[in-house]
Design a binder for this molecule. Structure first.
Ligand SMILES: [Fe+2]
Length: 423
């Protein structure tokens, strides 16, 4: 009797496991609504893959992936959560223990299309290339054109310095995120299906307008210690910048962070008074982060509001705070170039140190100013710090090889209109 009971139990377990393993994969469609690739950890061995689906599609946070050329697929599972204020579901899957410098193929559970991604090589004697810019979406054809211009350079990844969809954290602007993600899906995937990973920073248009009152309290006056001690919580950031903090695994909370490519490159993403005070805990973190990377070949800060603006007033409050607090640390720890955004024009400064133009290799060059897809603005004429400025839509193509940094500025027609290199 006892034997029979265990036999039946074993059979039931076997049937359950067999069913679970052979659950038929539905045919939901060719592609999900949106997809987005980024890194939270080592870009040579990991990848974070998000995809967004409508509820009717009954998608699961599951994908299959394999090294290009392998026959056998591996399965990976992640988590699902709601796209804030939208009908869509977000599915996030983190892949680890990948081989460096290799192409992988992947497909989502229930969908047909096979995509690719490429991990970063640990052999940093090879050139590493990324594109950067900001202020993406006003007129989708402009954003698409700059995306297409960037793809001609086969970048390893893209860094966006804030003001992505211009949704202002507002549920009524959810359609702008649909447009932003559609632009990525249609123009930032190579003909072979390679999806370009992206690192994103925060801009003023990621945050609800009401939050400005809270921020002005936090920033406070010179003597306002109570305001300086005011704590912005994770919950507040999620409430007032719901899309930025939910939709992107990196930079994530608290809104600033660093991505290390071995000890060859560190991209330092900062928050210019949007959800973190420039001179609050972020500044202490910045000093510790830069100090801990003194053996790193290239340290490149990327942030939204320019310390050396091309359109706005040099004496604007945030501009002054960027120069006063961030820039002395950049100078102390050997930064050679920083990328700024927000002004919707192109600028490249002379090398600057301690607020003065200095010889090449003695100062920092600031390149920006965020005109990927926004209306371009007029620029200052004959400003002392400006080496070049233009009212062009553009992206900056950065190629790093050894200690050499090469910059090509490409406009939305795909024309290189400015170039610079260090040393
Ligand atoms: Fe902005």
């Amino acid at each position: 009797m006892k034997r029979n009971f265990f036999d039946v139990l074993l059979l039931l377990v076997f049937v359950f496991v067999f069913q679970a393993c052979t659950e038929p994969e539905p045919n939901i469609g060719d592609e999900p609504q949106h997809l987005f690739l980024t890194w939270k950890d080592d870009p040579t061995s990991t990848m974070v893959i998000d995809f967004h689906t409508v509820p009717e599609q009954e998608a699961k946070p599951v994908l299959r992936y394999r090294l290009q050329g392998d026959k056998k697929w591996q399965k990976a599972e992640g988590q699902s959560f709601p796209f804030p204020h939208h009908v869509l579901n977000v599915h996030r899957i983190e892949l680890n223990q990948l081989k460096d410098g290799r192409n992988y193929e992947f497909k989502f559970w229930g969908y047909d299309r096979i995509y690719q991604f490429r991990t970063i090589s640990r052999d940093f004697s090879k050139p590493l290339r990324f594109a950067t810019g900001g202020d993406n979406l006003h007129h989708r054809p402009w954003m698409d054109s700059v995306n297409i211009a960037v793809m001609a350079y086969d970048p390893d990844f893209i860094v966006m310095g804030g003001d992505l969809a211009y949704a202002n954290g507002d549920p009524e602007n959810i359609f702008k995120w649909d447009t932003w993600f559609a632009s990525l899906k249609e123009t930032l995937i190579s003909p072979e299906g390679r999806v370009i990973p992206m690192l994103v920073g925060i801009g003023n248009h990621e945050v609800q307008r009401e939050f400005k009152d809270i921020m002005s309290r936090v920033i406070g006056g010179e003597e306002d210690q109570e305001a300086k001690d005011f704590q912005i919580t994770e919950e507040m950031r999620l409430q007032y910048a719901p899309f930025f903090y939910n939709l992107f695994a990196f930079v994530g909370q608290p809104g600033y962070g660093v991505m290390d490519f071995g000890n060859f490159l560190s991209i330092v993403i900062l928050d210019t008074d949007h959800t973190n005070s420039i001179d609050g805990p972020q500044l202490k973190w910045l000093e510790e982060t830069l100090s801990a990377r003194q053996g790193t070949q290239h340290i490149i800060p990327v942030y939204h509001v320019p310390g050396y603006p091309s359109h706005r007033d040099f004496n604007g409050k945030t501009q002054i705070r960027v120069r006063q607090h961030f820039m002395p640390l950049f100078e102390k720890y050997g930064v050679k170039v920083a990328f700024e955004n927000h002004d919707h024009a192109y600028k490249r400064t002379h090398p600057i140190r301690a607020g003065e133009v200095v010889d090449k290799n003695e100062g920092i060059v600031y390149i920006g100013d965020g005109a990927w897809g926004q209306n371009v603005r007029s620029t200052h004429q004959d400003t002392w710090y400006m080496a070049r400025n233009e009212s062009y839509h553009h992206a900056i193509i950065v190629t790093l090889e050894g200690d050499h940094m090469d910059f090509k500025m490409v406009n939305k027609e795909g024309v290189v209109f400015d170039a610079y290199h260090i040393p």
